[in-house]
Write a protein that binds this ligand. Structure first.
Ligand code: PXP
Length: 238
């Protein structure tokens, strides 16, 4: 049964809109865990636009399930992760101007830098996952870095319009899960998944973890976080 990693970045985005204390992603994480999330995911961006260093420090001390830190493969971030030691780090590409992580990491062209980051994090006892597009060459490069896992970018599937496009993107995800597992890596998935489009991906055998943020926090504003998390956990279990 796949696990839900609840991404609480958007709680921090709302807090940063006023620069105050509320709402607190640390409280959201605790409510999410109580509602059935098997992990908490945060992205500490270079520009600190939502999650702050204080959030990472507090979540490290309070998360009872598993903390997944999304980060760029930079020296600053690797040093922070090695000091704070979340259970897992997911390496993502990062551009200052983007609204959210736009594409997967290009592991092929950045093999030495990504491999060095993977090694440093693993030496600190951290499980390392690489956020990549469902592309066979990226998967093979990811395996070469020694990463423990890959997170398949589901954005192209989520944005596909029409049945044929959606089926094509689903097939790419299915093939990527099989290849990732055959290469000895754990497979996760995420980005753009919501209550309507998650089911066809959730039934693909071999995906261990789904990292979902925007749709859950958006629903939480209307129905409450406890209910929003429970409803997503139920969809992943079906
Ligand atoms: N996985 C990764 C690597 C991400 O960067 C993001 C977005 O922060 C997500 C999952 C969650 O995406 P969404 O907010 O669209 O559910």
């Amino acid at each position: 049964m796949p696990k839900l990693g609840l991404n609480v970045d958007h709680v921090a985005t709302l807090r940063q809109a006023r620069g105050g204390m509320e709402p607190d992603p640390v409280t959201a994480a605790a409510i999410g865990e109580l509602a059935g999330a098997a992990g908490i995911t945060i992205h500490l961006r270079e520009d600190r636009r939502h999650i702050q260093d204080r959030d990472l420090e507090l979540l490290r001390r309070t998360v009872k399930t598993s903390l997944n830190l999304e980060m760029a493969a930079t020296g600053e971030m690797v040093a922070i992760a090695c000091r704070v030691r979340p259970e897992q780090c997911t390496l993502v590409p990062e551009k200052r101007q983007e609204l959210t992580t736009e594409g997967g990491l290009d592991v092929i062209t950045s093999l030495p830098a990504v491999s060095a980051a993977v090694q440093a994090l693993q030496q600190a006892g951290i499980v390392v996952s690489l956020f990549i597009d469902p592309n066979p060459d990226q998967l093979k490069a990811a395996a070469q870095t020694g990463a423990d896992a890959v997170e398949l970018h589901t954005g192209a599937y989520a944005e596909a319009t029409g049945q044929a496009d959606r089926e094509r993107e689903l097939a790419a995800l299915r093939d990527a899960v099989t290849l990732g597992n055959n290469l000895g890596m754990t497979v996760h998935a995420g980005h753009g998944l919501n209550y309507i489009n998650v089911a066809p991906v959730a039934v693909i055998p071999g995906i261990r973890e789904f990292n979902i943020g925007h749709s859950i926090i958006a629903r939480a504003i209307l129905v409450g976080l406890d209910r929003a998390v429970r409803e997503m956990v139920a969809l992943l279990r079906q």
